[in-house]
Unconditional design. Structure first.
Length: 348
């Protein structure tokens, strides 16, 4: 490109010089003119072409060398930026054709460096916030467990201790009273054991361990039945759900059965997991034959009740309790499942 440019420029310059000499020194041109024969005309054209070509080659070479150097410098700068050397900048060399490009390149590099720095700072702040959140969650969980141990197990053990001391005092003189106290001690120990097992149930993993939701619920009920004087009626559909929904439903089931162990005084528990294809809905039911309670007496501040409601809301579901004093309690969890979520989970 630059050779052609210089070649054309040289031709124009030669013809311009001849024209200028003709105008200024007409006699000199007349003396220099050769006879107009084909040989002289061809010789003149050859000289003009050779001179123009030589000028074009030398001019094009030096021009392209400078341009090539500028382009190589810009290419080197782009590679440095691509490899993460964001503080690399191009130097100005006084070439007006490239100074604008160099300035735009340096501005782009500066903005990119600033953006990367801001992203790194944000990532660091997010990591710090995550660590603080974990510490807060652990602290709150410890406080909750300490409160549950104090309110339930600790009080039961204190009552056992007091009744045991009373038995020692009355066992010789009032054996009938001592027998009644021993029975109360046995009942209190059973309740304390139930409280401890309920707390241990809540300490199980919060996520499923390489199991489906149905398998995890079946394992949980089998374990509880082997350790408690409870009969479980289990009716679980094998369902495929997004992992976040499965984990939350499993945690809700843990909390619901923990409440049964601690408060219901039940002998039989029914747990059901059903998928309604027509309504695209999951229904989880936990029902016991325990002592029940009046619905208007549900403590809204109860950690267990609040936890179940919050977890249901997180997955777009609802939690409902049905209970009558003396006739047991039923907990129903309904979660709508979109067809898109099902398809996505099957692909996964």
């Amino acid at each position: 490109k630059w050779i052609v440019y210089h070649f054309v420029s040289s031709l124009l310059a030669i013809f311009a010089c001849v024209f200028l000499i003709h105008v200024v020194f007409p006699d000199l041109v007349f003396l220099l003119c050769l006879p107009f024969t084909p040989e002289t005309i061809l010789a003149s054209l050859a000289i003009v072409l050779v001179v123009s070509a030589a000028s074009a080659i030398f001019g094009g070479y030096y021009s392209s060398r400078d341009i090539r150097g500028e382009l190589e410098e810009i290419t080197l700068g782009a590679k440095n930026i691509a490899y993460g050397n964001l503080d690399y900048r191009l130097g100005f060399k006084g070439n007006a054709e490239f100074d604008g490009i160099i300035q735009a390149f340096n501005e782009m590099a500066s903005r990119l460096e600033a953006q990367v720095g801001a992203l790194q700072k944000l990532a660091q702040e997010n990591e710090q916030l995550l660590q603080e959140t974990k510490i807060t969650a652990v602290s709150e969980e410890r406080q909750r467990l300490a409160r549950d141990l104090h309110d339930a197990v600790s009080q039961q053990l204190f009552a056992i201790s007091m009744m045991s001391a009373t038995v020692l005092k009355v066992v010789e003189n009032r054996p009938e009273q001592a027998l009644g106290l021993i029975q109360e001690i046995s009942q209190s120990a059973t309740r304390a054991q139930g409280e401890m097992r309920a707390l241990l149930l809540q300490l199980r993993p919060l996520t499923l361990q390489n199991e489906s939701l149905s398998e995890a619920l079946s394992s949980l009920t089998s374990e509880l039945q082997s350790k408690q004087s409870l009969q479980f009626d289990v009716d679980l559909d094998e369902v495929s759900l997004p992992s976040n929904i499965e984990n939350q439903l499993f945690r809700i089931a843990q909390e619901g059965m923990s409440n049964v162990l601690r408060h219901a005084e039940a002998s039989r528990v029914r747990i059901s997991l059903k998928m309604s294809e027509a309504n695209h809905r999951i229904l989880l039911v936990i029902e016991d034959d325990g002592k029940g309670f009046a619905l208007d007496e549900i403590p809204q501040s109860s950690i267990g009740i609040r936890s179940i409601r919050e977890r249901s809301t997180l997955i777009g579901g609802t939690a409902q309790w049905l209970s009558v004093p003396g006739k047991g309690t039923k907990l129903e969890i309904r979660v709508p499942i979109s067809t898109g979520s099902e398809a996505k989970e099957e692909e996964r």
